[in-house]
Design a protein around this ligand. Structure first.
Ligand code: PLP
Length: 382
C-alpha cells in the first residue's frame, strides 16, 4: 500500500479545481459575457454571503489579505506615532501594513504549543501609544480570543484579527473574524478559501468602519471624482467573486477534511519522541491551513536549524515535500533592524523558526499519502 504512493506534494490546488471545474467554468464564462468585471452583483453577492457565513453585519471585499489589513488600520486611523502589538511569527504582511501606515509594530513572543501570540505577555507591551492588537490565527489555529479581548477592553485597544490562514476556524463556536473589531481575510489560492488569483475581505459589525473601508478601497471616493481621502485601488474582481461564491459553499467540507487529516497526523505523530505536533486550545476549532510540527533532538534543541533541515532532506528523499513557515522571525528581519530587537529577545519565536516543518496538508490528501508522511517521519526518528 505504501509503495503505491510515489510522492506527496506539500499542497495541490489543481485537485480542488478539478472537483468543481464545471461549476466554476460556467460562472466565470457568465461573468466574461456579462461585461461586468469590476464590482456589481457578483462582488456584492459574495460580500453578503461571506458576512452571513461569519454572522457579521458587514463584509468589504478587496484585492488581497495584505490590503485588508492595511485598509483596517487606515479605517481605524492608525498611523504615525502609534504602536500596534502583534506576533513576530507570521507572514511579513502582518507587520508590513503596520509600517506602511506609518505606525510601529511591537512584537510580543508566541506560545510554544500554538505558535500564536502569548496572550499573557501582551499587557506588559502596552504603552500610551498602543492603539491596536493584531492577533494572527496562525496555521488555522485560533488565538484564545476570550483572554485577548479582555486585555483589549481593559486598555481600550482595537483588535484586528489576521484570519488569512484561518477562514472557517472558530473560538467558542464563534467564527474568527467576527470576534475582534475587524477581521481580515486572504483568498490567496492556497488559503482555506482560495480564489484563482489574489483577493481579500474585511468583516466587521461596525457600519461606520465598513463605510470608511468602502471609501478607502476606492481612491478615497464616495461620489465618483470627488475624493475625500487618500485611498487605494483595492477591489475584488467579479471573476474572483463568483469563484469564491462557489467555493464558500464547500468551505466547511474542505475544512472538515483538513481537521480529519490533522487528527490523523496528531494520533501518530504525538507518539514519536522528538516531534511536537501543534496543539489546539480548549474552545478552539482549528482549520489547518498548514500542519506545522516542531522537531528537536536532545543535543540540538533549537539553537540552530541544522537538525530540522536534515529531517526535511530525509523526508524529501522519501518523496515527502514539506514547507518552511517561517525561517526568520519578523523582529529580526533586515527591514526592522532600526527597531532595535536583538537575537534572543523573543526566544520562542526564534526557536520555532529553527524547528518548524509544515507537512503536506490539503483537503484531498489521501489516507495512503498521510501514512507515507507518518512512516517517513517515523524513519527519521527511529
Ligand atoms: C497570506 C497572509 C497574508 C496576506 O494575504 P495576501 O492575500 O497574500 O496579501 C497576511 N497574513 C497572513 C498570516 C497570511 O498568511
Amino acid at each position: 500500500m505504501i509503495q503505491s504512493v510515489n510522492s506527496v506534494p506539500a499542497f495541490d490546488i489543481k485537485q480542488q479545481y478539478a472537483a468543481i471545474e464545471a461549476e466554476v467554468s460556467h460562472a466565470v464564462l457568465e461573468v466574461l459575457s456579462s461585461g461586468r468585471y469590476i464590482g456589481g452583483p457578483a462582488v456584492e453577492g459574495f460580500e453578503q454571503q461571506f458576512a452571513a457565513y461569519h454572522g457579521v453585519d458587514e463584509c468589504v471585499a478587496c484585492n488581497s489579505g495584505t490590503d485588508a489589513l492595511y485598509l483596517a488600520l487606515r479605517a481605524l486611523e492608525i498611523g504615525a506615532g502609534d504602536e500596534v502589538i502583534t506576533s513576530p511569527f507570521s507572514f511579513f504582511a502582518t507587520t508590513e501594513v503596520i509600517s506602511a501606515v506609518g505606525a510601529t509594530p511591537v512584537f510580543v513572543d508566541v506560545d510554544a504549543t500554538t505558535f500564536n501570540l502569548d496572550v499573557t505577555q501582551i499587557a506588559a507591551a502596552i504603552t500610551p501609544k498602543t492603539k491596536a492588537i493584531i492577533p494572527v490565527h496562525l496555521f488555522g489555529l485560533p488565538v484564545d480570543m476570550t483572554a485577548l479581548m479582555a486585555i483589549a477592553q481593559d486598555h481600550n485597544l482595537a483588535v484586528i484579527e489576521d484570519c488569512a490562514q484561518a477562514t472557517g476556524a472558530s473560538w467558542n463556536n464563534q467564527k474568527v473574524g467576527s470576534i475582534g473589531h475587524i477581521g481580515c481575510f486572504s483568498f490567496y489560492p492556497t488559503k482555506n478559501l482560495g480564489g484563482c488569483g489574489d483577493g481579500g475581505a474585511i468583516t466587521t459589525n461596525d457600519s461606520a468602519i465598513a463605510a470608511k473601508l468602502r471609501v478607502l478601497r476606492e481612491h478615497g471616493s464616495k461620489v465618483r471624482y470627488i475624493h475625500e481621502e487618500i485611498g487605494v485601488n483595492s477591489r475584488l474582481d467579479a471573476i474572483q467573486a463568483v469563484i469564491l461564491q462557489i467555493k464558500l459553499r464547500y468551505l466547511d467540507i474542505w475544512n472538515k477534511q483538513r481537521q480529519q487529516i490533522g487528527a490523523y497526523y496528531y494520533q501518530y505523530l504525538s507518539q514519536i519522541p522528538g516531534i511536537i505536533p501543534p496543539q489546539e486550545l480548549l474552545g478552539g476549532e482549528a482549520v489547518w491551513n498548514q500542519y506545522t510540527i516542531r522537531v528537536s533532538s536532545e543535543d540540538r534543541n533549537g539553537a540552530s536549524s541544522k537538525y530540522r533541515d536534515w529531517v526535511r532532506t530525509q523526508l524529501q528523499d522519501q518523496g515527502v515535500s514539506t514547507m518552511l513557515y517561517y525561517p526568520r522571525p519578523l523582529h529580526l528581519q533586515p527591514v526592522y533592524e532600526s527597531l532595535g530587537y536583538q537575537p534572543g529577545q523573543l526566544p520562542i519565536s526564534e526557536q520555532a523558526c529553527h524547528q518548524v516543518i509544515s507537512l503536506p496538508m490539503f483537503p484531498e490528501l489521501k489516507q495512503e499519502q498521510q501514512d507515507k508522511v507518518i512512516y517517513a517521519l517515523k524513519d527519521c526518528f527511529s
